[in-house]
Design a protein around this ligand. Structure first.
Ligand SMILES: [Fe+2]
Length: 343
C-alpha cells in the first residue's frame, strides 16, 4: 500500500501563520518510506519543535497529514480540496506508477510476443495449465488507469492480489477477460465490470447448504435446484449489503450470469437483447469450466471434448449452448481448426 493511500503531503508554508492545529502532523522519511507521528493536534509548533521540523525538511523529509483529518485540515486553512496541490498528489503518484507498469507490460510483451487468445487458450487446455494466461491478465490489468472508476480500480487490485495461482476462479476470470477482448470489448470500464463480476458472482453460494456446492447439478432434486437457482440473487444481495462500490453494470452481470439467450436461464428468464453480453460471456466461461470440472454431471470431462461438443451442438446432458451467436461463435472459432485436428 502506498504512503499516499493514508496520508497527504503538505508544505510548511501551508500552515500559514498558525502555530496550533486541530489535526496531527506526521513526517515522512523518504529513505525508508516510513511515516512517523511528529506533533499531536492542539500542541504548539514553536521553538525547538519548529527548528527540528525545519531540519527534517531540509534533509528531504516531508510533512504529512492523515487523510482521515482531511476535512479538518482544509477547513482550518480555508482551502478547497480540488485546488490544494497536496491532495492531487495521490492521483499523480498513481499515474507515475501506471507509466512504469505500462513499460513493464511492453517489456514483457516484447519477450512473450503479442497475446494470441486462440493459441494461448489451446495451449492452456492441452497442458491443463492456465498460469501463463492468468499472469498476462494480471500484467494487463495492472496498467488500468486510476481515473476511470472505483470498479476498474477494484478489478485491477483484485487481479494484482489474486491472479497469482492457477485455480478455478482465476481461470474463469482470465478466459472471460480474453473472450470479451476477442469480442471487441476492450475498454477498461467494460473489462473492469466483467472482472469484478467474475470474482464475485458466486459469493452467494456461501449462504446455501454447503453440500449444494459439492453435488453435481444434474443430481439436484427439485428443492435443491430451487435453492441453487437463488445464488445469483444472493450474490447481488450480499454485495449490496456490503456496500462495496460496484457499478450497476457489474451488479447486473452478477445477477444475470445464468440467464440464457433463449430464455432458458434464471432467475428472470430473460431473452436475447435483454441480457447483457458480458453476462453471457461470464455465463459461457463459468459453464464450460464447471462442466469440465464435473460440477454439472459429477464426472470430469476433458475441456477439448467440452468445446467440441459445444461446437457440434451434440446433445450432452447438462451442456448449455445458448450464449448468443456472437459469443458462441467466438468460443467455437477459437478452437475450430485445432479441435478438428485433435479429433
Ligand atoms: Fe453461477
Amino acid at each position: 500500500m502506498a504512503i499516499t493511500d493514508n496520508y497527504f503531503f503538505i508544505e510548511l508554508e501551508d500552515l500559514s501563520e498558525k502555530k496550533i492545529f486541530p489535526y496531527h502532523l506526521f513526517v515522512f522519511n523518504p529513505a525508508n518510506e516510513s511515516v512517523s507521528p511528529f506533533l499531536k493536534a492542539n500542541s504548539p509548533l514553536v521553538g525547538d519543535k519548529l527548528d527540528f521540523l525545519e531540519f527534517i525538511l531540509s534533509k528531504g523529509g516531508r510533512l504529512a497529514v492523515d487523510r482521515k483529518q482531511k476535512k479538518t485540515f482544509l477547513s482550518t486553512h480555508s482551502l478547497i480540496e480540488e485546488e490544494f496541490k497536496g491532495l492531487q498528489e495521490t492521483i499523480h503518484y498513481l499515474d507515475e506508477k501506471r507509466a512504469e507498469k505500462i513499460q513493464e507490460l511492453e517489456k514483457q510483451t516484447s519477450i512473450l510476443g503479442e497475446m494470441k487468445f486462440k493459441e494461448e487458450l489451446l495451449s492452456s487446455i492441452t497442458d491443463d495449465d492456465y498460469m501463463s494466461m492468468i499472469e498476462r491478465v494480471r500484467l494487463e490489468t495492472d496498467t488500468f488507469s486510476a481515473r476511470v472508476s472505483h470498479t476498474v480500480s477494484l478489478a485491477s487490485y483484485l487481479c494484482e492480489k489474486l491472479l497469482v495461482e492457477d485455480n478455478f476462479v482465476n481461470r474463469v476470470v482470465a478466459v472471460s477477460y480474453y473472450l470479451a477482448k476477442n469480442c471487441d470489448m476492450k475498454d477498461e470500464q467494460t473489462l473492469g465490470d466483467l472482472i469484478c463480476a467474475a470474482f464475485f458472482s458466486h459469493i452467494g453460494m456461501t449462504q446455501l447448504d454447503y453440500n449444494l456446492g459439492h453435488k453435481a447439478h444434474l443430481e439436484y432434486n427439485k428443492s435443491e435446484l430451487k435453492e441453487y437457482k437463488k445464488h445469483p440473487n444472493l450474490s447481488h444481495h450480499l454485495l449490496n449489503k456490503s456496500e462495496v462500490e460496484l457499478s450497476n453494470r457489474c451488479m447486473n452481470i452478477i445477477f444475470q450470469h445464468h440467464e440464457r439467450n433463449d430464455g432458458s436461464g434464471f432467475p428472470m428468464y430473460k431473452k436475447g437483447e435483454h441480457i447483457d453480453q458480458l453476462s453471457l460471456i461470464l455465463g459461457a466461461v463459468s459453464h464450460i469450466f464447471e462442466y469440465s470440472e464435473g460440477k454439472v454431471t459429477g464426472t470430469k470431462t476433458n475441456m477439448t471434448t467440452v468445446i467440441r461438443n459445444l461446437k457440434n451442438k451434440s446433445f450432452t446432458a447438462g451442456l448449455e449452448f445458448e450464449f448468443g451467436d456472437k459469443i458462441y461463435e467466438s468460443l467455437v472459432n477459437i478452437i475450430n481448426t485445432e479441435t478438428e485436428e485433435a479429433a
